[in-house]
Design a protein around this ligand. Structure first.
Ligand code: NAP
Ligand code: 12T
Length: 338
């Protein structure tokens, strides 16, 4: 395959670092890799295929000669720099929430709507969805194709790595402090996260939902290309380092048995069914961490809905939820469009 110049913006972060590893592991055909972050990171180096690559400060002229730019440095950095990268001729794959709802910017999960990648031509930007939405739609789409999903009720159990390096450090620090009978002073989250559950991810909106919950509402409609699906989410931060878990309950237009859903999901791309309760087998965050697939178990007929299905969906939020999904988009872009 043709080799391309790639930039990673936010390369020193939890997601950016994983992007560099994913490009290496999947042997993405990189000609030159440019690592970009804030001024604070100048002097740092990251390893790529055995080579030490220096981190450079992100500037307006950072994108000369770049063909694909993977962004994960937050929405404000994306709003400022993604259009500049696109104007310099790069295709941007953006991990932030900055452009996800813009109608002319595709929002892509390769297992669900890979055809939408073609719309990169509109603005030179492709948006990567929110981590919680990605893993859910990978599991929902094959069911939707057969039995049409009308509504979804979901509760998430989200790892601290979704918030970035500082939050990973905060959970570690608080666990150590509590075991040493020291007081805990929350900094990243508004409350203690160690040994606790916080029903609060991202900011609150007027309607009482959080922004994270509303991302699941809007992004599911856009990726599944069906405006009729409604999602009511409660997003909860839990003291887990890597791996988001989700209790997903759905109402279908057509009845499916639990066995039929197991059969559909066992053939679905990117999905692994782990569902043998008698052997205590169901998906676990600590087992999904570091893996590429979305794991689904506890599949059963939901007693609270007519034509209802309930299930438990787990994935590595930094890999399939962010870095891997972005690199998969880059692979299709390169193979089919560049
Ligand atoms: P993180 O660990 O805090 O890393 C942030 C990265 O952004 C670091 O590399 C940081 O560089 C860089 N950065 C921050 N401000 C910058 C600036 N003004 N100019 C240049 N670089 C800057 O956070 P993370 O977890 O990797 O997340 C990064 C972003 O990715 C999030 O804000 C979010 O938009 C997105 N994200 C998306 C998902 C998803 O659901 N798909 C999941 C997680 C995150 P320094 O090290 O130099 O400070
Ligand atoms: N606040 O990409 O805190 O919109 O876990 C992803 C993860 C925003 C995003 C988190 C967040 C995003 C989080």
């Amino acid at each position: 395959m043709k080799e391309v110049n790639v930039a990673v913006v936010g390369a020193t972060g939890a997601v950016g670092n994983e992007m560099v590893k994913t490009l290496e592991q999947r042997n993405f055909p990189v000609k030159n890799l440019r690592l970009l972050a804030s001024k604070r990171s100048v002097g740092k180096k990251l390893k790529f295929h055995g080579e030490e690559i220096p981190v450079e400060e992100l500037k307006e002229d950072s994108f000369e000669g770049i063909e694909i730019a993977l962004f994960s440095a937050g929405a404000s950095v994306s709003k400022q720099f993604a259009p500049l990268a696109a104007a310099a001729g790069a295709v941007v794959i953006d991990n932030s929430s900055a452009f996800r709802q813009e109608p002319d910017i595709p929002l892509v999960v390769p297992e669900v709507n890979p055809h939408a990648i073609a719309q990169y031509k509109n603005r030179g930007i492709i948006a990567n969805p929110n981590c919680s939405t990605i893993q859910m739609v990978v599991a929902l789409k094959p069911i939707h194709d057969v039995a049409k999903i009308k509504r979804v009720i979901v509760a998430t159990y989200q790892a601290v790595s979704g918030t970035g390096q500082k939050a990973i450090h905060e959970l570690e620090t608080q666990v150590r402090q509590l075991f040493n009978f020291q007081p805990v002073t929350p900094q990243v989250y508004p409350h203690q996260i160690a040994f606790n559950c916080l029903p609060h991810i991202d900011i609150f909106f007027e309607n009482g939902y959080t922004k994270e919950e509303m991302k699941m509402y809007y992004e599911t409609k856009k990726i599944m290309e069906d405006d009729s699906i409604v999602v009511s989410a409660t997003c909860v931060r839990v003291p887990v380092f890597y791996g988001h878990s989700e209790a997903v309950h759905m109402e279908l237009e057509k009845k499916l048995t639990a066995d039929e859903v197991r059969e559909i999901l066992s053939k679905a791309p990117g999905v692994v069914v782990v569902d043998n309760p008698s052997q205590n087998l169901y998906p676990l965050a600590i087992e999904a961490a570091g893996k590429d697939e979305v794991f689904v178990g506890r599949i059963r007929e939901d007693l609270a809905f007519e034509n209802g299905i309930a299930m438990w969906v787990v994935a590595d939020n930094i890999r399939k939820g962010a870095a891997l999904n972005a690199v998969q988009i880059a692979e299709i872009l390169l193979e089919k469009y560049l």
